[in-house]
Design a protein around this ligand. Structure first.
Ligand code: ADP
Ligand code: ASP
Ligand code: MG
Length: 822
């Protein structure tokens, strides 16, 4: 027996979306949540998750004469039957099955009709789609204790306006008050569906309309609150399906909620806000799967964001077409905009963004892609006279774009927000096609190319919200010794960096010359090198580049741990796509000055980084220190450095017992030198390093400008490696004599690279006992920098100048410095 309550105190309206009635677990959660409430409630239910889409899809198949519609229909039947079996108490199952079988038979007959005549009118489609909510509400009414099922078609009434069904509030409010004059413990109402006030035909409130049904009921009955139960913990700073670091907003004003959902945040169907706003009834967003979460509270008045962020949220509309009405004949003419929008309204086309430059030369507005052709046709007709006279051009439609909006009442009169927004987009390499900000300053919207949507949302979220961490997405090319150590170091530091510095290093791709492995969500560092070998895709230079550009991921860094000239050739393209470059590879920075300068300039213009600290002195902070000196107004006058660990090792090893030739051999055996030591002895590598240093100090030099004075005569470099080993002992005696003589004078030989007044030189220098280079141990590097400030006592940097581990650490430091500039 049903017990009815007179509505003498305020009641609640709860709405459960398709996501909350899609599975056994969720339906049982709904039951638990509703049955735990003491006071009478109205519960609005959507169709089972995915069913509305499936009904529309099946109708479409049937109307095209595709007999496979029957399989879809069978699937719809099974979904409902299985749910009944699993959630309805055994004793009630027979009755429910009878009820829904009647409905499913009707539905099947309608589909057959559509299939036979291959015609799908709006009226038939609306009838078909109504079964979703009718079936689900019927089933749930048997699941919840004390529930009485209502038919919303009896009290939600619509009228037609501009070809769309809109709610007729006068009759709807009256009928709701009559119907719910007294309430059962649980009044179960199907959402979304309605009927025409004039004809009684089935209509609906539009996709996502169950939220609206609930709001209309709450407002008509002066509910204390409208609770929207869905599958997320609340309204979030962005769609959590796109932004993994999005978080729940605890409070929103009605205006903010309206702005966010108008711009595509699916959580609430936009028309929902107005009825409850008008009656000042708050909305609470709750999670059916996590009822303990407090959710989001939406009410009148402004609440500061919990994170001190000036904006509250970001949302987007993926489906955007921009239409531009343009012509010099528009300037100063009164009524053009009136005609544009009247024409669109008469055609039932909704416009969600408008932008007009003050020159009045054009008006641009955004519509859905599906409305674009009709809008263009209607406007071309409306302005046919002006077009014929050349005053207005033909309409231009640019399809497949996306609109993004940032929202927050706090933006009002806070300067710099638009600046921050657009510079963030600029740094991400995203060009803005149109933008708009109303005078209310609660929303800034802009249109971009569709393929940049994910990147734009991520970049803006990263820039405006104090998320738990900032993300840096890394592509690593070269997983040999340096790359391998780098991955190891990232793995070790990852947790600490997230916790202490709020930076998450996400390795999204690794590659060597043969294979590559890319994953937007990030690779598993423990196994990625093995995975690369076992499951990596075949790689080539072009494929690596294409995959990286295709991923189009925000805050990304390309790390080159190869020595390849081809890979260095990719930098310009990557920088031009706003991907920072960190290179252990020296090729690019020491290539033609023009190329070096172009790369630096490209990075500077785009607000990103091209860093190559490890090109000189491995992990030693040489380039960075020089940059800091220069940026703070100092001038570098002179550079002197020992930059070849190999050659230094050789001169430190030569002794009475170890002649030059043996010292060279030992350097090869200790793996300080290349297997062919002539590569080191020729000074090629040091020339490159010196050129890079001189350039960073402000000199426009090429490798050929370096004056070299090699200690091994050219003839030893001409023959084969064998010839070299055979003939090199010829130099031993001369070197020993020199060593002895220097030992008496308390001097040592050092292979010094220097830059003085822009002149670069390289050669053996006799170093006295008081010079800092005298005691340079083993294979270490040293640099002495003389500047205007460090004049009398020049600055000295000294330490390991080679080795995979320190080089990887230097690369790591470059990566971190990129994270810090964001
Ligand atoms: P329901 O079936 O309950 O009506 P919807 O699918 O209509 O649920 O809306 C919930 C979904 O909205 C979430 O699963 C989420 O992916 C999406 N969404 C989009 N933007 C946001 C946002 N800013 N905050 C929370 N969810 C969002
Ligand atoms: N079932 C309808 C839809 O999917 C209404 C709703 O879920 O709110 O659009
Ligand atoms: Mg919804």
């Amino acid at each position: 027996m049903q017990v009815f309550f007179k509505v003498i105190y305020q009641m609640k309206v709860l709405k459960f979306g398709g996501t909350s009635v899609g599975s056994v677990e969720s339906v049982l959660n709904v039951k638990k949540i509703v049955e735990a409430i003491d006071e009478p409630v109205i519960v609005v239910i959507s169709a089972l998750g995915g069913i509305t889409d499936q009904l529309l899809y099946t109708s479409n198949m049937a109307s095209k004469g595709d007999i496979d519609y029957m399989d879809e229909m069978d699937d719809i039947i099974v979904t409902h039957q299985v749910l009944i079996r699993d959630v309805v108490p055994k004793v009630k199952q027979k009755v429910v099955l009878q009820d829904i079988t009647t409905m499913l038979d009707e539905l099947e007959n309608i589909f057959r009709g559509v299939y036979l005549i291959q015609d799908l009118s709006q009226k038939t489609s609306d009838t078909i789609v109504s079964y979703g909510e009718r079936l689900s509400s019927c089933i749930i009414s048997y699941v919840i204790e004390g529930a009485k099922l209502y038919d919303s078609r009896q009290f939600i009434k619509t009228i037609k306006q501009f070809n769309k069904h809109i709610v007729d509030f006068e009759s709807t409010n009256r009928l709701i008050k009559m119907t719910f004059d007294s309430l059962p413990k649980v009044a179960l109402v199907p959402g979304f569906i309605s009927s025409s006030k004039e004809s009684g035909e089935i209509t609906n409130l539009g996709r996502g309309g169950s939220d609206y049904t609930a709001s209309i009921l709450a407002a008509a009955l002066d509910a204390s609150i409208l609770e929207i139960w869905t599958d997320v913990d609340g309204f979030m700073t962005a769609d959590p399906k796109i932004i993994s670091s999005a978080y729940v907003i605890d409070k929103l004003s009605f205006t903010e909620a309206m702005e966010l959902c108008n711009f595509g945040a699916k959580v609430i169907y936009p028309p929902t806000i107005y009825p409850v706003f008008h009656k000042n009834i708050p909305i609470q967003i709750r999670n059916t799967f996590n009822p303990d979460a407090v959710g989001t509270y939406i009410s009148k008045g402004y609440h500061a964001g919990q994170n001190k962020s000036v904006i509250k949220g970001i949302s987007s509309i993926d489906d955007t077409c921009l239409i531009t009405v343009q012509g010099l004949g528009m300037v100063g003419v009164i009524g053009v905009n009136h005609r544009i929008f009247r024409t669109l309204a008469q055609n039932g086309i909704s416009v969600f963004m408008v932008s007009q430059a003050s020159s009045e030369n054009n008006t641009t507005f955004a519509v859905k892609n599906e409305d674009a052709d009709q809008a263009v046709k209607a406007l071309n007709e409306e302005f046919s006279l002006e077009r014929a006279q050349g005053e207005i051009n033909d309409m231009i439609a640019e399809k497949n774009l996306a609109t993004v909006a940032i929202v927050g009442e706090n933006m009002k009169s806070t300067p710099g927000i638009a600046g921050k927004l657009f510079s963030t987009l600029g740094r991400a390499g995203i060009s803005v096609i149109a933008c708009a900000q109303g005078a209310s300053e609660t929303n800034i919207s802009f249109v971009i190319k569709h393929e940049y949507l994910r990147k734009a949302l991520n970049s803006i979220h990263d820039s405006f919200f104090l998320s738990e961490y900032k993300m840096l997405n890394l592509f690593l090319i070269g997983v040999g010794t340096v790359g391998g150590h780098l991955l190891e170091q990232i793995k070790q530091q990852q947790q600490k960096l997230m916790k202490q510095n709020g930076v998450k290093l996400n390795v999204v791709g690794i590659a060597d010359i043969n294979k590559m492995l890319m994953r937007r969500e990030g690779l598993i560092l423990e196994t990625c090198v093995r995975d690369l070998n076992e499951t990596g895709m075949p790689a080539s230079l072009a494929l690596i580049k294409d995959e990286i550009l295709k991923m189009n991921i925000f805050n990304s860094v390309f790390i080159d741990c190869t020595a390849s000239e081809e890979i260095a050739g990719l930098y310009e393209t990557l920088l031009n796509h706003n991907i920072s470059v960190v290179a252990a590879n020296k090729v690019a920075a020491s290539s033609a000055y023009k190329n070096y300068a172009l790369l630096k300039e490209t990075a500077r213009k785009r607000g990103i980084k091209y860093l190559f600290e490890t090109n000189v002195g491995a992990g030693l902070p040489i380039i960075n220190t020089m940059n800091n000196l220069i940026n703070s107004g100092d001038h570098i006058l002179k550079l002197e450095a020992v930059l070849s660990g190999t050659i230094n090792f050789i001169f430190n090893t030569i002794s009475e017992d170890i002649p030059l030739s043996k010292a060279i051999k030992m350097a090869v055996e200790a793996k300080y030198a290349e297997p062919d030591p002539r590569i080191d002895l020729s000074g090629t590598d040091v020339i490159r390093k010196l050129v890079i240093l001189a350039r960073e100090a402000g000199c426009e030099v090429e490798q050929t400008d370096v004056k070299t004075n090699l200690f091994i005569p050219p003839k030893y470099f001409d023959g084969s490696l064998e010839d070299f080993w055979k003939h090199i002992p010829e130099l031993d005696a001369g070197f020993e004599e020199k060593r002895k003589q220097l030992a008496v004078e308390e001097k040592r030989l050092r292979f010094v690279a220097s830059m003085h007044h822009g002149i670069c030189q390289l050669g053996l220098v006799e170093i006295g006992i008081h010079h800092p280079f005298y005691d340079l141990e083993g294979s270490n590097n040293i640099i002495q920098i003389t500047t205007e400030r460090y004049h009398e006592f020049p600055m000295v940097i000294k330490g390991y100048g080679a080795g995979a581990e320190v080089t990887a650490a230097g690369v790591f430091a470059d990566i971190i410095s990129i994270a810090n500039i964001r």
